[in-house]
Design a protein around this ligand. Structure first.
Ligand code: FMN
Length: 483
């Protein structure tokens, strides 16, 4: 499989093509130090042999932002060095930090925008990025990734909504000026041999935001600037964020936030085509910079497809690897059947947005980390009724109920529409599930599997089929008017 071919990014050789993109964990402390929980979280990905581990966004400056890692001072190097050592001692996984600068926000809903930054502020940002990448190298990271995606400073300069009137705004060249200066400074401070990648959004998904018409040109410039890999995300902007009175603005609360961390109502692999468009443009211009994308790519068949069809050189799987850090090992060893399938419920997104410790809803409780893998563990067993699954149509819903299985941590609910492909629809902790997305004219077949804490799944329960009928649209009879 393409997924398990190594990939050389300058001197950094990924053992496979699976990346866990940056995911803020809120496991740092308020001052930004590496904690034991942070070490445990990233060692867990290394145990799972993830090809490239991108450590959550860490700030190059001291601006407050709750529990967020920092790389803003040399004093943070020893903690980060411990992190890289622990990862390298665990497996051949490579590890890079995501390096971020963000602007100020307040609970009133006010936020600083790029046009409020002075030229001195910009000079400082240029220096801070260079110093941060230098610290990353000293801490033993295999490379670094600059965060130029979503609602943060570098991305806001690239944005079509950049409102600056000087040489840092206006034209596309103007919007690219800051990143050009940053990369020049980074190279001056770490040299040419240290792998430095960048994350941008392929589409801002906001009104008047940029789309692939411009992101492919931005990508071309980033390749020309000497970035060593390009990681593509989408959306996640402040411009359409929904402000809750008394709370700071969360950039993932609007439509562009939905696109960034697409929930269970979006199709799998929904942004792979954007990566494919950008990558083929770059290749046509003679640039071979490795490209990764993200967005619901945790189905192994889908992940392999986007590599095989050339949309990407490596795949970003964020929530899927949070749910199951052993994804790589399980798929490589032919144990995809034991995967803990992310159901894209976005509990993790919500925890991040409220500055609470980020965990996966599917893990056993309580626990701050995914359970250790145990390939020898027995799968939960159904009773004699094979789960006793029953389904009824109530109103516009299918209501499924089954008998709890001994040893089950959760249940994966499978559905096939019109006897087509079977898909995992959801993962639930109780022995009941309601499907609100059914319609007359379709035939739905369901079954359930009971899953243990590290993914062992029981055989399928008995199957049930429903065929909803057209609702009765006739108006209720009007009672005869009283005379
Ligand atoms: C809890 C959480 C935290 C995230 N933090 C970051 C971050 O620090 N930097 C970043 O670029 N993206 C961040 N993301 C976005 C992911 O890297 C990824 O692009 C997104 O979740 C879509 O990929 P997926 O469908 O595989 O989860 C975060 C996502 C989640 C769910």
């Amino acid at each position: 499989m393409k997924l398990f071919e190594p990939l050389a990014i300058k001197g950094m050789v990924l053992p496979n093509r699976v990346m866990v993109p940056a995911m803020v964990t809120r496991l740092a402390d308020e001052e930004g130090w590496v904690t034991q929980d942070i070490l445990d979280r990233y060692v867990r990905y290394a145990e799972g042999e993830v090809g490239l581990i991108v450590v959550e966004a860490m700030a190059i400056h001291q601006s407050k932002s709750g529990p967020l890692l920092r790389i803003s001072d040399d004093k943070f190097i020893p903690g980060l060095a411990e992190l890289t050592k622990r990862v390298h001692d665990t497996s051949a996984s490579k590890v890079v930090p995501q390096i971020i600068h963000f602007m100020k926000i307040s609970k009133s809903g006010w936020r600083q925008t790029v046009d409020m930054l002075s030229l001195d502020d910009i000079d400082l940002i240029v220096e801070q990025f260079g110093d941060a990448v230098r610290r990353a190298r000293e801490a033993g990271f295999d490379g670094a990734e600059l965060h130029s995606a979503h609602a943060y400073t570098l991305s806001s300069f690239l944005s079509r909504r950049n409102a600056r009137k000087d040489e840092y705004g206006g034209t596309l060249e103007g919007r690219l000026r800051l990143i050009g200066r940053v990369m020049e400074n980074v190279r001056r401070k770490v040299g040419d041999d240290f792998p430095v990648g960048i994350r941008i959004v392929a589409d801002e998904f906001i009104k008047d935001g940029y789309t692939t018409s411009e992101s492919k040109l931005i990508a071309l410039r980033l390749a020309q600037l000497g970035f060593d890999f390009l990681s593509l995300s989408v959306g996640g902007k402040f411009e359409d964020a929904i402000h809750q009175p008394g709370h700071i603005l969360v950039p993932y609360s609007g439509y562009s936030g939905d696109r960034c961390m697409p929930g269970n109502w979006y199709p799998n692999g929904l942004h792979a085509n954007l990566a494919g468009e950008i990558k083929s443009f770059l290749n046509a211009k003679g640039c071979a910079i490795p490209v990764a994308g993200a967005g619901k790519l945790s189905d192994p068949v889908e992940a392999e497809r986007v590599l095989a069809d050339g949309s990407m050189d490596f795949v970003g799987i964020a929530r899927g690897l949070l749910a199951d850090p052993d994804w790589v090992k399980k798929v490589r060893n032919g144990q995809a059947d034991r995967l803990i399938h992310c159901d894209y419920c976005n509990v993790c997104k919500h925890l991040d947005g409220t500055h609470k410790k980020v965990i996966c809803f599917l893990w056993p409780r309580p626990g701050l980390q995914a359970p250790a893998d145990d390939p020898a563990a027995a799968a939960p067993a159904w009773g004699a009724d094979r789960g006793g699954l029953v389904a009824s149509v109530e109103g516009g819903s299918a209501v499924l109920k089954w008998t709890a299985a001994a040893g089950a941590e959760r249940y994966d609910v499978y559905r096939a529409d019109d006897e087509g492909e079977v898909k995992v629809e959801d993962a639930v902790k109780s022995a009941r599930w309601i499907d609100n997305e059914i319609i007359a004219g379709m035939r739905y077949r369901y079954y359930v599997r009971a899953c243990g804490p590290t993914g062992q799944a029981s055989p399928p329960s008995n199957s049930v089929v429903i065929e909803p009928t057209l609702p009765d649209y006739r108006a209720a009879p009007v009672a005869a008017a009283a005379v």
